[in-house]
Design a binder for this molecule. Structure first.
Ligand SMILES: [Zn+2]
Length: 290
């Protein structure tokens, strides 16, 4: 039924930009041609439904991509949903609305997005063939929503959970404590989730394993941050020095992103009383383990 369910990377549908791929009876994916270090193969746009179509994450304002979405929608696109307002997810909403007349729905009007209607946790979009339920999952972005396709127990995860790349938590809008709480919420979801459809990469057909891996990875990193910081004693250290030690094996071009992640961990640890800084809002602050 799903591409990840096949369990063999060699036979997964190829990730080719602007060519619709049917993933289930109701779900199609159109990859945007915006590959990068941060977006992996590019942004996945999902189309849900046939008679009435909901689009999740139109992507950047890319004319070829928006044309491909509109063409695949065959005049049936009624809703444009954005998981969050980062530049690779929502700027295409206006152009797709202009092409289709569809309603734009998201958590908030931020980063230039203009919504026709705001969605909060638990709100639904009811198509003739499906119900999509908004699940507020702050952490990667404060306005992040996942969307649950109830009939398939398939969750569109946006940037909350990705396939094969790490989710960036960039304070102050990104929040590590909220992120972990949002992961835990999905772990406890009943009935249990069957498939995750991320905004970057292939479908994930073992949600429990992926969520457990994400959770464990973050806690391991957090413990490492605390241990390395403790090694600096009363003098403490800044995020740059910590990243030099913790991410020694990682390409230096990724260190700026790693610093944000370390900062996010430190803010959570400060809130919990394990570390201190003169100003937790200052990315250049010196941190001391307690
Ligand atoms: Zn994002």
């Amino acid at each position: 039924m799903t591409d990840a369910a096949v369990g063999d990377e060699a036979v997964l549908p190829a990730l080719v930009p602007d060519v619709p791929v049917a993933l289930t009876k109701l779900v199609r994916r159109i990859l945007c041609g915006n590959p990068s270090k941060m977006t992996g193969p590019g942004t996945n746009t999902y189309l849900i439904g046939i008679d009435e179509v909901a689009v999740i994450d139109p992507g950047p304002d890319d004319a070829d991509h928006l044309d491909a979405i509109a063409a695949a929608g065959s005049g049936q696109i009624r809703w444009i949903l954005c998981t969050h307002t980062h530049p690779d997810h929502s700027p295409g909403a206006a152009g797709l609305k202009a092409r289709t007349g569809a309603e734009v729905l998201a958590f908030a009007d931020t980063d230039g997005l203009v919504c026709d209607r705001h969605l909060v946790d638990g709100d639904t979009v009811e198509g003739t063939e499906f119900t999509l339920r908004a699940v507020h999952t702050p952490g990667h972005a404060s306005n992040h929503l996942c969307f649950l396709l109830e009939r398939d127990r398939l969750l569109f995860t946006g940037d909350h959970v990705m396939d094969a790349s790490t989710v960036v938590i960039s304070p102050p809008d990104g929040d590590m404590a909220q992120y972990l709480a949002s992961i835990e919420r999905l772990q406890a979801w009943t009935p249990r989730l069957k498939v995750l459809a991320p905004a970057h990469g292939h479908l994930i057909d073992d949600p429990a394993a992926k969520l457990a891996e994400y959770h464990a990875h973050r806690l391991a990193r957090e413990a490492q941050v605390l241990t390395v910081l403790a090694g600096h004693g009363a003098a403490g250290a800044g995020t740059a020095a910590l990243v030099e030690e913790i991410y020694a094996e990682v390409a230096e071009e990724l260190h700026p992103v790693a610093r944000k992640s370390v900062w996010a961990h430190l803010r959570k640890l400060a809130h919990e009383g394990s570390v201190t800084a003169s100003d937790v809002e200052d990315p250049e602050a010196t941190w001391v383990a307690r």
